[in-house]
Every structure is written in C-alpha cells, then in structure tokens.
Design a protein around this ligand. Structure first.
Ligand code: RIB
Ligand code: CA
Length: 311
C-alpha cells in the first residue's frame, strides 16, 4: 500500500511530544519532513525539543527544520505555565546527535509539496505561522498540497481565553490565512480534543512500558496535569495534538462536519475566536473548506495510544 506523505509542524510541547512519537509508529504514513515553530516555548527550545523527541523515538533520520520565531503581527506569548520553560515540563531526554538543519521550514515544506503534488498532508499542531508563511511566499503551494490537519480552535469556548484556543490565539492572522487559502482543512478543536484524555493510571501504564519515551512522557504529562485539575477537568491530560496524528491512521476515531471558519483578528476579548457556520440554518460563510471534528472515540483512542506506545 502506498504510504501517505506527511509533514508535521510542531511547537513541542508536552502533548506534541506524544503526538510526534505516535506518528513514528504508523505504517500508513511517510514522514517526509518536520518543522518547529514558536508557541508553547521559544523557537530555539521547540526546535531542540522536536529534534530530541524524534531521536528518542529512534527517528533522528527525520529532518527537522526551524521555522518562525514570532507570530505574524502580535507578539509571541509562550505557555510556560502549561508546558514549563523548556516546553516539556522538565522531562529529561537526551540531546539528538543529528545535524541541526538550518534551511527555513517554509522553503522545505514547499519543496515537499512540489515533490508530492496533490498528495502531501500537512499536520500542524502549533501556531500556524510556518504554514501561512509557505502559502504567502509560494502562491502555488495552496494548489499543490492535499490537505492541512490542524489541532486548533474552539467552536464553543476557548482554553487560553474564554473565546480562543492557544494555537489560533498565538497567531490569529496566520490562522485566518490558512482558513481562507482554499486548502481543505481538517480541524481538531478543543471541542473534540477535550474528549481525548488519559488518566493517571493510563500515564502510569505508559510510564512503565520500558521504552525510551515511557518515563519522559509520564514525567512531562505529570507537569501539565495539575493545570487541568485546577481548571476542573479532573486528574487527566488531554491528547490535543495526538488527535490529528491518530486521524492519519485511524480516521474512524473521529466524526466531523463540513463548514466555513473565520478567525477574529481584531484585538479585544474575542481575538483568536474561530467563528464557524456549523450551527447556522442559512449558509453564511461561502467557503466551506473545513471539516470540523466534533466527536471522538475516547476509549478507542486511549487503547490505541497505549498500544502504540508499548510497541
Ligand atoms: O490548545 C492546545 C494546543 O496548544 C496544543 O497544540 C498544545 O501543544 C498547545 O500548543
Ligand atoms: Ca502543540
């Protein structure tokens, strides 16, 4: 079976780490490139984290390219409260000995889209600055790439503000560029990622598998769990970024609806809000290019994730 060419863009981060390791386990995809973007932490840190996480998974061969240090217009606001200053909650992982790539993420992502015309799936699990840079710098990119699967947005509520989810809020202008590019988008908002959770027992199970990533994943997730407990979610962690990744190999875990999405880019309490016409009777937004995932198989995802992390 032909493997699906995939590019992953990440602001690694604690949930990004699990998502990246899971992606290396799939026999249905070929990870043709990975890029880092500033978000949960500064770019220097997220670039280092992505490289080290792939090396930890035994895939130091996958090239990682540095991307944007800053969002398009608003200043970078990292999330040390959620991911720690290092972006991985202080989890100790060895340094990758792979050579550090220096070419820009957007240049290499465009090259990949040219190499796999109409076949490349981009999975973006951080702010969308790198993807938007590619769209703007290379006008042909939008017609070459097959689809973009993103962890981002909130149809109802938000997690960084009452209106906005972190990845979209971090760079709302770049996000708007993606939603208006005409590229088919598969969106995993917190409406569905909040259904995909692991318990303390799940993390204990993962931590005791004896794999190089087992304890680091358990340590990293132990850092973020108190944040979720303080916010009334209980003793769980959300597998935000694993959602678009698991969808690559297990699409049956998710159910979605086609809609149009606009991003609020004006400053104010609604900045970064993803506005959709999902629940509007009349067709409001002309461009219905976004499959918004709203339902997920919580138990099915947890079982498959633990199985993959044991392998
Ligand atoms: O809102 C959750 C998203 O923000 C995840 O991608 C997490 O890693 C953070 O970047
Ligand atoms: Ca992320």
């Amino acid at each position: 079976m032909m493997k699906k060419p995939v590019w992953i863009d990440s602001d690694a981060g604690i949930d990004d780490a699990m998502a990246l390791i899971l992606a290396t386990k799939f026999d249905s995809i070929d990870i043709v490139g990975v890029s880092a973007v500033a978000g949960n932490a500064e770019l220097t840190q997220t670039f280092r984290n992505v490289r080290n996480i792939l090396a930890l998974a035994g895939r130091a061969d996958i090239k990682v390219y540095p991307g944007a240090e800053q969002p398009w217009i608003i200043p970078l606001e990292t999330a040390p409260d959620a991911h720690g200053k290092d972006g991985l909650g202080g989890a100790v992982i060895p340094e990758s000995d792979a050579p550090a790539e220096t070419e820009h993420a957007w240049d290499k992502l465009y090259e990949a889209a040219c190499a796999y015309p109409q076949e490349l799936t981009v999975v973006a699990v951080g702010p969308l600055t790198n993807i938007a840079n590619t769209i703007i710098k290379y006008p042909k990119f939008a017609s070459l790439v097959k689809e973009i699967a993103i962890m981002g947005g909130a149809i109802i509520g938000g997690n960084r503000t009452p209106a906005a989810e972190f990845n979209i809020l971090a760079d709302p202008h770049a996000a708007q560029c993606i939603f208006k590019s005409g590229i088919p988008v598969v969106m995993f908002p917190i409406d569905v990622t909040h259904q995909m959770r692991l318990t303390k027992a799940d993390l204990e199970e993962i931590g005791s598998c004896g794999k190089p990533w087992s304890r680091p994943l358990q340590e990293a997730n132990a850092y973020i769990m108190p944040l979720y407990e303080r916010n009334g979610h209980g003793s769980v962690v959300f597998m935000h970024d694993s959602c678009p990744v698991m969808w690559l190999q297990y699409p049956e875990l998710f159910e979605g609806k086609l809609a149009g999405v606009n991003v609020e880019t004006r400053s104010g309490p609604a900045l970064g809000k993803t506005i959709s016409d999902l629940y509007v009777y009349a067709d409001q937004l002309p461009l219905k290019n976004v499959t918004i995932m709203l339902k997920g198989d919580t138990d099915g995802m947890a079982v498959k994730v633990k199985e993959l992390l044991r392998s």
